[in-house]
Design a binder for this molecule. Structure first.
Ligand code: FE2
Length: 368
């Protein structure tokens, strides 16, 4: 029933607007193990903003910063701090994707645009989603350049390949949006009706609550199942939930976390810890009750416990996951590392322990 009017291939890239793209590129490279593969800025003829392309496995990030005070993204930085502006989706036909979504009620931002340069043809079009986040439909089948028009390969003297520290992240698993109380169903309907997604799973505050916070979440996915977007809204708790805290500091809805898959989470987390990435930690008591909750799993449990990796199981299998702390000063965007062994879930069995960990941090921030 779904996915027919909008065939999406995959998440092409995620674009972040940040205060200082050069320094963000350094962070994602040295802490998260990305390669910096392309650059656009004054030296490449880009006058308005500077951008760096980061790549690891099939994951592409673009971090960009405005170069002038009248650039419209300055307002975004003042409102949100650093954060995700655009989740770009690769399509067969950009014009068809734009027409299919706008005719079903999507708000257009940029009409189908075709750029031709020495490297071929790059096509894109952009629509709005929650908050001021956007989806850009892109097709670069006939583009041979390093990323997109305006970008050039990075000067190897700037980021030497010999000092790269890959951590084994492979692909985007899911991207989570936080929306306001009462708005989750609206955005789930947007993804179903406008984007042709189907609802995959849902959690409510009976599943996900602690003494202080609760949230509701529904997960939508596209036709080929490669793109999964959980949408969260706060549920009324005794105090301010982590979703409320996000909405306050981001000043509205936006991307809460990006989950990236690993084929060996023990190796990935070991490397990221060595790179000084800060992860949320659960108390050791979590591991005392783990065997009865997830049963026998074929993992090095001593390592799992030592690294603080979380485990969850459902009827289809199990998954291993771990969450970073927010990567900005504002308690907004964070990342998840996930390794799936059959399970297609999102770690609901870990939510309570996780929320309690987040609430300990909220208490330190004075936002609980
Ligand atoms: Fe997640």
């Amino acid at each position: 029933m779904s996915g027919d009017h909008l065939p999406l291939r995959r998440v092409d890239h995620i674009k972040f607007i940040v205060g200082n793209a050069r320094q963000s590129a350094y962070f994602y490279r040295n802490a998260f193990g990305f390669d910096v593969t392309a650059y656009a800025g004054l030296e490449t003829g880009m006058r308005e903003e500077a951008g760096y392309v980061l790549q690891q496995g099939k994951i592409h990030f673009v971090v960009a910063s405005p170069l002038h005070r009248d650039h419209p993204d300055n307002q975004r930085l003042a409102l949100h701090g650093d954060g995700v502006k655009d989740i770009a989706l690769e399509v067969d036909q950009v014009a068809d994707a734009y027409e299919a979504t706008v005719s079903r009620g999507a708000v257009g931002v940029t009409e189908p645009t075709r750029i031709e340069d020495d490297n071929g043809v790059y096509e894109y079009a952009t629509i709005e989603t929650y908050g001021d986040t956007t989806h850009t439909f892109v097709n670069h089948d006939d583009y041979r350049g390093v990323f997109a028009p305006g970008f050039q390969s990075l000067d190897p003297a700037r980021y030497s390949l010999s000092t790269r520290r890959p951590v084994g992240l492979k692909a985007i698993d899911h991207i989570v949006g936080n929306v306001e109380l009462g708005k989750m169903d609206e955005w789930v309907d947007f993804y179903k009706q406008v984007m042709g997604f189907s609802q995959y799973i849902h959690f409510d505050d009976n599943d996900i609550s602690t003494e202080y916070s609760a949230l509701m979440s529904k997960v939508v996915q596209n036709g080929n199942g490669r793109i999964k977007f959980p949408i969260n809204e706060p549920a009324k708790g005794k105090r301010k939930s982590q979703i409320d805290e996000y909405l306050d500091f981001y000043n509205g809805p936006g991307v809460q976390h990006i989950a990236m898959s690993s084929a060996d989470i023990i190796d990935t987390v070991t490397s990221m810890l060595a790179n000084d990435v800060s992860f949320l930690s659960v108390p050791q008591t979590y591991y005392e009750t783990l065997p009865e909750r997830v049963g026998e799993i074929n993992e090095n449990m001593a390592k799992i416990t030592e690294l603080g990796i979380l485990v969850d199981r459902d009827e289809e299998g199990y998954l291993l996951q771990l969450f970073t702390k927010p990567v900005e000063d504002r308690p907004t965007l964070f990342f998840e590392v996930i390794q799936r062994h059959g399970s297609r879930g999102f770690g609901i069995g870990n939510f309570k322990a996780l929320f309690e960990a987040i609430e300990r941090d909220q208490a330190l921030r004075g936002t609980l």
